[in-house]
Design a protein around this ligand. Structure first.
Ligand code: SAH
Length: 260
């Protein structure tokens, strides 16, 4: 039997219109759509009638399907000759485990494509009025996960390189580790007054943004009860928000929570 094909697709950061044309076509043409928790469910409306929709959601710490089962599922469905779209939040190659899934497919000789998406670490700041690079403020930009490692005593981050070499840093899955992040950056040479923004549910109607600096942000995050999904963005570019804030100021976006 003819083998199917798997599309490993980035669904974008939340706003359902922030998916690529190619990504949308993959949804429309799929026989099977395997989607993650952070994928905007509105996108599933584009699925063809009769398509099988499989939730592979991961709540932090919990897994609806464990990764090996997902890998196996993709292989099995494609071997049945089906078109499978594996839909992931943001960009599939940014903390999306696409490497593991693609490796399994390659091993099983199943054709696949990777369809990039817009990653939250760039898009959420953009919707908060913060460009991650700026001619006057930031020539370097890093994407970092600090997830879970500090508590386990396994901090693999080169804090000195980050603190001293990166103008803008986007931390994914960083809210739980906020205190550690701020302490390490200051300890390794970032100024305590470096601006920080946290953007929760970026690009969605629930977007909330708080700003502060490396000293004040932790308390503020607690005061506003900020939780994941959120991007912790560190750097002078955060100051641009005062000038070019737009999305959460638009009177037509009525459900926005205007935190600041
Ligand atoms: N592949 C995704 C990232 C997956 S890791 C991407 O490229 O965006 C999950 C983390 O991404 C969350 O814990 C959060 O830090 C971030 N994230 C995803 N969607 C987000 C959103 N709408 N707003 C803010 N952060 C988001």
């Amino acid at each position: 039997m003819k083998k199917g094909k798997v599309y490993l697709v980035g669904a974008g950061p939340g706003d359902p219109k922030l998916i690529t044309v190619k990504g949308l076509e993959c949804i429309q043409q799929a026989d099977v759509i395997a989607y993650d928790r952070l994928v905007n469910k509105e996108l599933l409306q584009h699925a063809k009638q009769g398509a099988e929709l499989i939730f592979c959601g991961k709540l932090p710490g919990k897994h609806a399907l464990i990764q090996e089962q997902i890998n196996q599922l993709l292989v099995e469905k494609a071997e049945q000759g089906l078109i499978v779209t594996r839909l992931k939040g943001g960009d599939p190659c940014v903390f999306g485990r696409v490497g593991e899934e693609a490796e399994q497919l390659a091993q099983a000789h199943i054709p696949f494509e990777i369809v990039p998406g817009i990653t939250a670490g760039i898009a959420a700041p953009a919707y908060a009025g913060i460009p991650v690079t700026h001619r006057d403020h930031a020539a370097t930009f890093a994407i970092v996960t600090a997830h879970g490692r500090a508590e386990k005593g396994q901090d693999f981050i080169n804090w000195q390189a980050l603190a001293q070499g990166m103008d803008t840093i986007a931390f994914y899955m960083g809210v739980g580790n906020l205190g550690h992040i701020c302490q390490e950056l200051i300890k390794h040479g970032k100024s305590a007054s470096t601006p920080v923004a946290i953007i929760e549910w970026g690009t969605t109607n629930n977007q909330r943004t708080i700003t502060g600096d490396l000293v004040s942000i932790e308390q503020k995050a607690q005061d506003y009860n900020i939780s994941n999904p959120a991007i912790v963005l560190v750097g002078e570019v955060v100051g641009q928000r005062e000038k070019i804030r737009w999305f959460d100021q638009d009177p037509h976006i009525s459900t926005i929570m205007k935190t600041e």
